[in-house]
Design a protein around this ligand. Structure first.
Ligand SMILES: [Mg+2]
Length: 263
């Protein structure tokens, strides 16, 4: 993995040489610090300001793609003209139009069963929070204290096994969170592909910090892919250190697109 800033020059010329950019940004851990209570996530004001400037540029299509639900994203980062993908890409707003991945009855039934088990676990263990996002579920265990993480994961695996075995849902472990979502062959990467088809000339620039962002990185072999936090197992080509570094990156992007690569 390469440090983004060590390759600033070549990235700058790649950006300036491209007829347009498709900018995909994750939310938690990328634009917003990861917080103890997931409901309190906030977009860094400096980052919001930078994003506003970038959204205003015709040459950039900006989309936030997050595991959160759309309403949550709209509340946390309300910028006119900003495109949003929620629920790991299962629903999206592009140019103001809402759309979603269609669910069949099996998906709905399995999700209901998972919902029940998630809430049973939340009732049983103090410090577990369930984020019900309609199309997917997140179980947050950052505040779990009474048992260890490994022990909890074992209990989780055992409880969820019958539903997992049906093969309709998948359970994805992220940072102190386990998401339940349909095995729908539809993820953040598919959103990237959908936009790639719509804007074939534009270059992809994708930034994210967690497991589900790897789906975006995989679909962007010719683009610029940046992981927040170095991880050599990642498919991203570059890394930046943290959210403050994402802010610098957005500034660099804005400067490069408005003034050219040699600013
Ligand atoms: Mg994230």
């Amino acid at each position: 993995m390469k440090n983004f800033w060590d390759h600033k020059k070549e990235i700058g010329s790649k950006l300036s040489g491209s007829p347009g950019i498709l900018l995909f940004l994750d939310f938690d851990g990328t634009l917003s610090p990861i917080v103890t209570d997931f409901k309190n996530a906030k977009t860094d004001p400096a980052i919001k300001q930078r994003l506003e400037l970038i959204v205003a540029l015709d040459s950039v299509f900006v989309m936030i793609v997050s595991g959160r639900k759309l309403e949550y994203l709209k509340e946390k980062i309300d910028i006119p003209g900003l495109n949003l993908g929620g629920n790991h890409g299962l629903e999206w707003i592009i140019n103001g139009d809402y759309n979603r991945y269609p669910f069949d009855n099996n998906i709905n039934r399995s999700l209901d069963a998972a919902r029940k088990i998630y809430s049973e676990l939340a009732n049983k263990f103090h410090g577990i929070f369930i984020e019900d996002k309609s199309l997917s579920l997140s179980l947050h265990y950052r505040n779990l204290e009474e048992i260890g993480e490994e022990e909890f994961k074992d209990i989780f695996d055992r409880s969820i096994k019958p539903i997992k075995d049906e093969g309709i849902l998948e359970f994805i472990a992220g940072k102190k969170v386990i998401d339940a979502r349909p095995k729908a062959d539809w993820n953040k990467g598919k959103i990237v592909n959908m936009l790639k088809e719509r804007f074939p000339d534009r270059m992809i620039f994708a930034v994210g910090d967690d497991t589900t962002d790897e789906d975006m990185f995989k679909e962007s072999p010719d683009g610029i892919t940046v992981r927040v936090g170095q991880d050599d197992a990642s498919k991203a080509e570059y890394y930046v250190d943290d959210i403050a570094d994402v802010n610098r990156l957005l500034d660099f992007l804005h400067q490069t697109l408005t003034r050219g690569p040699n600013q």
